[in-house]
Design a protein around this ligand. Structure first.
Ligand code: AHR
Length: 482
């Protein structure tokens, strides 16, 4: 039996069940999520390979072939219609049209589950999902539980990578108006032992690691590649639990009364559901979500332990990069344009400027080296890649104000995101297209021999729809300077 069958047997049924990787009921045979492709904005629901089974990732791969896809809907498997969609603006606005948050790139978090390929939800800052009109989710001081399976190696110190109960108006409505799982290493509100990341409870105006407002020694740093995180709450009682979703059991990191801070007892839960953002639509956070549920009633530890055993049995494993191919970390490559004008041009740097320039076997050694790039594991996402200069070590291709530059890695989270690109099949059928990790609908594109991250048909000159597919398709070729 799957997670929600176990919660039901325990008398605390799922009232929301979200996963892009697998069914969370043994009998679930419906859609898991919806993707939208950029070539024609068509959408497609992605279901399971069999009832109770893993996502049909091949259906996504064929629908998105030659273009790119974002995840538009994460369906609620509980039957209550609590689907997650693009989060609207609230206390903070997102970067997408109308102040909405970004949607996740559909191929940025590949894994296997029980040996079958599946994709998680890769949240870079600015990405968020929400449902402000739910059915059956706890309100006020009602009891609830929740768990999520996350990538424990993908996090940051921005507010707030959350999954769970939040305000129905996307605003900060005061202490106690949220109850969500938080994962990351922000220390503004609370923290536990070590340097993080920590599982904490986002109860609004506070990430809590235990009864105290700030430090609680019982909440350990935890970073399993597949992390099982649990938060649950009932009148004047709540708990934090966690463990390795690939083996072993769950541990309890806090189990006791509500925080010793005014406003959290009784709770004032509102019953919206968020993923990847704070209750007020704070959009600073990064993380990866594979599956999660919310229950009606306070689940027993025994029920949660049985859910952990079933998650371990489901068999989450890492998979290689979504395209792999010639972009092998450690190798050196040159990146050749495929637009008819420009097939002798390669992405090159001249100091910190990044352009396309004509390079041939007759070119000077410096020009060849300027057009050679060492492929690295993506600085912000190891499923994607970064490009380090062949002749300026420690400097990487990164975007800034949508323009590409060669800059020294300053070690910041922003630099890592700006320098990470997720490879996909080339949009014109040749080579590879490279989506920005933090602006997933923007791709490395040449325009007038300069290089940008562009969106197809967007507001800037370099977003022009004409020549789009050719301008964003790059042949990964033998390096000019090996
Ligand atoms: O509680 C931490 C954060 O504070 C919430 O997620 C957000 O709504 C507020 O900014």
């Amino acid at each position: 039996s799957q997670s929600c069958d176990i919660y039901a047997s325990g008398g605390t049924p799922c009232v929301a069940a979200h996963s892009t990787t697998r069914a969370l009921y043994g009998a679930y045979n419906g859609s898991l999520y919806q993707v939208r492709r950029s070539s024609d904005n068509a959408t497609r629901d992605i279901g399971v390979l069999a009832a109770g089974g893993v996502a049909n990732a091949a259906a996504q791969d064929s629908f998105c072939a030659g273009t790119s896809c974002v995840i538009t809907v994460i369906y609620d498997q509980s039957g209550r219609g609590n689907h997650l969609t693009q989060a609207p603006p609230g206390g903070f606005s997102g970067p997408a049209a109308g102040g909405y948050d970004n949607l996740a790139n559909a191929t940025a978090a590949p894994v296997t589950v029980g040996g079958s390929k599946a994709y998680g939800v890769f949240v870079s800052p600015g990405t968020g999902y929400r449902d402000n009109s739910t059915n059956g989710i706890a309100r006020g001081d009602q009891p609830e539980g929740m768990y999520a399976i996350l990538d424990g190696t993908h996090y940051n110190g921005g507010c707030c990578f959350d999954y769970g109960n939040a305000e129905t108006n996307s605003r900060d409505n005061g202490n106690g108006t949220m109850e969500a799982i938080y994962f990351g290493n922000i220390k503004v509100w609370g923290y536990g032992a070590g340097n993080g990341p920590w599982i904490m409870a986002d109860l609004e105006n506070g990430l809590f690691s235990g009864v105290n407002q700030r430090y609680n020694a019982g909440d350990p740093s935890i970073s399993h590649r597949f992390l099982h995180a649990v938060i649950k709450g009932e009148p004047n009682h709540w708990a934090i639990r966690g463990g390795n979703a690939q083996s072993g059991g769950l541990s309890t990191f806090y189990n006791g009364v509500r925080p010793n801070v005014a406003g959290y007892n009784p709770m004032k839960k509102e019953g919206a559901i968020i993923l990847g953002i704070g209750g007020d639509n704070s959009i600073g956070a990064a993380g990866t979500f594979y599956e999660g549920v919310m229950t009606s009633g306070y689940p027993s530890d025994a029920t949660e332990n049985a859910v952990q055993a079933s998650v371990v049995a489901a068999g989450y494993r890492t998979s290689g990069s979504s395209t792999g191919g010639t972009l092998t970390p450690g190798s050196t490559v040159s990146l050749r344009a495929t637009t008819a004008c420009c097939t002798t041009r390669y992405i090159s740097h001249s100091g910190s400027s990044v352009v396309t320039s004509v390079v041939s076997s007759a070119s000077a050694a410096a020009d060849k080296a300027n057009a050679s790039w060492i492929v690295r594991n993506g600085l912000a996402n190891s499923s994607c890649v970064s490009f380090e200069s062949r002749n300026t070590s420690g400097s990487f291709l990164r975007h800034q104000n949508y323009r590409l530059y060669l800059h020294a890695n300053d070690g910041s989270a922003l630099f890592a995101s700006d320098a990470t690109f997720c490879p996909q099949a080339g949009q014109n059928g040749q080579g590879t297209s490279l989506a920005s990790a933090n602006y997933p609908s923007r791709y490395i594109r040449h325009y007038a021999n300069e290089v940008y991250i562009a969106s197809n048909g967007g507001a800037n000159t370099f977003d022009a729809a004409a020549s789009w597919a050719d301008d964003v398709s790059w042949v990964v070729s033998t390096p000019w300077t090996p």
